[in-house]
Design a protein around this ligand. Structure first.
Ligand code: FAD
Ligand code: MG
Length: 327
């Protein structure tokens, strides 16, 4: 409930667009794709227009990818694609195809077919609750990405059951960041910071220097923004999934929004957050969620399947920190 209030407050704040210029940097902040998004770029005569274009693009992507709006393209797929295959936009097709691939690569720990379970729990929304065991058991067989069939030629999506619903909440912010980075590069911007609700992308080197950026990872045990860890990086994405953003407590138990597709329940392990550092923000986003589900040991086993030099930072519930690097 408290979380919903926070979202509403942020939404109100976000509707008042924040745009400013300082120290040679232009920045713009808006509430879009379900979170507070900020883009910072070096100030030039065209910077304001470029930032405007970035946010128009984010708004466009939201109308395609949102699982929370009844009028998005994804909502149309979720309500009609079990009757017959539905032709979709390039973006939706590309992201669903990538999501299916990552689901395979993570042995189903990340699964875009998890939508019905997400709706059952409603975590972070007004109707959040602990579903009946029978409801979870009934939803589980449909929450597997084999139920999403793709026709690569016609770019059509078919859902093999009316009970299968797609949710891209664990990957869409990262995908949107990759799209904005492409847009910036096309406009000749080679240094930028994107922060989409904690999904960070640092493009190029730190503004006006040849130095790396410093990106902080929050201490999950603290309510404020105290950092547990900081990284020196350039031209990469840093995305964190944790149990401290969207959750509710019932009888002293924390129910958070990262679900284990095999059980249908919020993942219960010794982790507080997982951060992934890699070039593709879509991958970083999806894998932060997947590695949270898999835990430290299983992540170690699957990590060689992914980008060389990928870094994964685990913060455990007891406050200890471990890092894995894909050599
Ligand atoms: P992540 O760990 O990246 O993702 C967790 C989310 O992914 C969960 O909330 C669930 O949706 C899904 N998920 C959970 N477990 C798994 C799993 N094992 N595999 C795959 N997916 C899983 N929020 C609102 O409150 N209102 C809105 O109107 C709203 N609109 C949005 C529109 C868009 C386009 C997007 C991208 C998000 C929107 N959101 C909205 C937020 C959304 O509901 C998710 O809560 C958010 O994307 C979670 O991101 P995260 O980085 O916190 O967590
Ligand atoms: Mg994610």
């Amino acid at each position: 409930m408290k979380h919903c209030l926070k979202i509403i407050l942020l939404a109100l704040l976000g509707s008042l667009l924040i745009a400013c210029r300082h120290n040679g940097i232009s920045e713009r902040t808006e509430f879009v794709i379900g979170t507070v998004c900020t883009v910072k770029i070096p100030q030039t005569t065209s910077a304001e227009n470029i930032l405007k274009d970035c946010f128009s693009e984010l708004q466009r992507l939201e109308t395609i990818l949102s699982a929370n709006s009844n009028s998005s393209e994804l909502a149309r797929v979720n309500t009609t694609a079990h009757k017959k295959p539905v032709a979709v936009s390039d973006e939706l097709f590309e992201l669903v195809a990538l999501s299916k691939k990552i689901s395979e690569q993570t042995d189903g720990a990340f699964d875009p077919a998890i939508g019905a379970l997400v709706k059952l729990w409603g975590i972070g929304f007004e109707n959040e609750r602990i579903p009946e065991q029978a409801e979870i058991e009934a939803a589980l067989p449909f929450a597997v990405s084999d139920n999403i069939a793709l026709n690569m030629q016609t770019k059509e999506i078919f859902l093999r059951s009316k009970n299968t619903k797609i949710d891209l909440g664990a990957i869409a912010k990262g995908y949107a960041a990759d799209k904005i980075v492409m847009l910036l590069k096309k406009q000749g911007v080679h240094s930028a910071v994107l922060d989409f609700g904690g999904n960070v992308f640092v493009l190029g080197k730190k503004f006006f220097t040849d130095e790396d950026w410093t990106v902080g990872i929050r201490n999950p045990a603290r309510k404020n923004t105290e950092l547990a860890f900081s990284l020196k990086v350039n031209d990469t994405s840093v995305v964190t999934s944790g149990i401290y953003e969207r959750f509710f407590f019932k009888d002293g138990i924390r129910y958070h929004h990262v679900l284990d597709p095999k059980t249908g329940y919020p993942v219960r392990n010794n982790l507080a957050s997982v951060s992934v550092v890699c070039k593709s923000s879509a991958y970083a986003d999806a894998l932060a969620t997947a590695f949270f589900v898999l835990g430290y040991e299983k992540t170690k086993a699957v990590l060689p399947r992914f980008e060389k030099n990928m870094r994964v930072i685990f913060i455990f519930a007891d406050g200890s920190i471990e890092e894995l690097r894909n050599m």
